[in-house]
Design a protein around this ligand. Structure first.
Ligand code: TXA
Ligand code: MG
Length: 315
């Protein structure tokens, strides 16, 4: 049985983590499947619970920059970026420091480590109560849509993990932006809660994995965020046997409609995205038609997740 813990039971969550057990916890982006990042056994248990291929490294969560600096090499750029966006929905890939105690398994054998200081008050409280870095990928089974409520976590991982700390729905709703600062040329590995525009205001023009040839982030694997039903993107019409994921004024005639944001607010749309995909992914629909979403700001991250989910179906 997986325990559902209220915010007041934070100490129970911390003591389970201390004992090497797995506890899902809320962050401002999505729920994370947490385990002691220093413990190979806890990290291995995360891979097993998620059924995640072990070549895909995990994000390690810390309370703040001071905790992060013990784990990785921060140059001036990394300090500036962390100072500007932490705590928040941004993950930095950096070279592991020589004495980095993080499990090698969490880095999937790479010489780098992905670090993030989450802004959610419960995540912050949990990190401070456990006093250690927590490895936490999104708390879904590998390839599934990320969870944005404790109920989603229980649907995905109930019976496989010790507990979930319930902090209500996640505010941002889409995963963190991942930026690689381990090499001279910074690279945007995954669009997310902090936009490219926000990062470029600090770093200047950013390359992405496409420029580097082979993907620098295994998380860029295409089969990701899959729904069981096919997604039809940029839909301008909808059939009666389709569910509609709407944005703005909805198309008429769908079997059922979930509107990401009637007012075309991209922040609201990101917060609703994964709950909407879960709600619409039902056997009675032939497909999920998705209305066009602008590619600006958070729209880039929303479209990235939708394209992956659509491609995941194609093979
Ligand atoms: O918002 C988020 O980032 C959520 C919450 C729970 O913090 N976490 C999350 O973790 O989405 P996960 O494990 O599902 O995604 C981690 C991403 C993957 O794309 C992974 O390949 C990449 O980060 N990553 C992790 N470590 C890396 C490394 N050393 N080098 C390159 N990419 C790395
Ligand atoms: Mg994930």
């Amino acid at each position: 049985m997986t325990e559902r813990l209220a915010a007041a039971q934070l100490d129970r969550a911390a003591s389970l983590l201390h004992d090497g057990a797995l506890v899902a916890f809320p962050t401002e982006t999505v729920y994370g499947l947490g385990g002691d990042a220093v413990s190979d056994r806890a990290v291995a248990a995360i891979f097993a619970a998620k059924e995640r291929p072990t070549f895909n490294p995990l994000i390690v969560h810390v309370a703040d920059l001071a905790a992060a600096e013990k784990l990785a090499v921060f140059d001036e750029r990394a300090c500036a970026i962390a100072g500007r966006f932490w705590p928040g929905p941004l993950t930095l890939v950096l070279k592991r420091s020589t004495a980095c105690p993080i499990s090698r398994l969490a880095s999937a054998g790479l010489e780098t480590v992905a670090l993030r200081a989450p802004a959610h008050p419960l995540a912050q409280a949990l990190l401070r109560a456990t006093g250690r870095p927590l490895a936490a990928p999104s708390a879904n089974r590998s390839g599934h849509v990320s969870p944005t409520t404790a109920d989603h976590v229980l649907d995905e991982l109930g019976g496989r993990i010790a507990a979930v700390l319930d902090g209500g729905p996640c505010r941002v709703g889409i995963e963190s932006t991942v930026i690689d600062l381990s090499e001279a040329q910074p690279a945007l590995l995954r669009p997310g809660g902090v936009t490219r525009e926000q990062l470029e205001a600090v770093l200047g023009h950013l390359g992405d994995t496409g420029h580097a040839g082979a993907p620098r982030s295994p998380g860029m694997l295409e089969r990701h965020y899959a729904t069981a039903r096919p997604l039809r993107l940029a839909a301008t019409t909808v059939a009666p046997d389709e569910a509609l994921l709407a944005f703005g004024d909805p198309l008429l005639g769908a079997a059922v409609t979930f509107n990401l944001s009637p007012t075309r607010d991209l922040t609201e749309a990101a917060a609703n995205l994964f709950a909407a995909l879960r709600a619409l992914d039902q056997a009675r629909f032939k497909a999920i038609a998705v209305m066009p979403i602008p590619e600006t700001g958070l729209g880039a991250a929303i479209n990235d997740r939708l394209r992956r989910a659509a491609r995941g179906r194609a093979n």
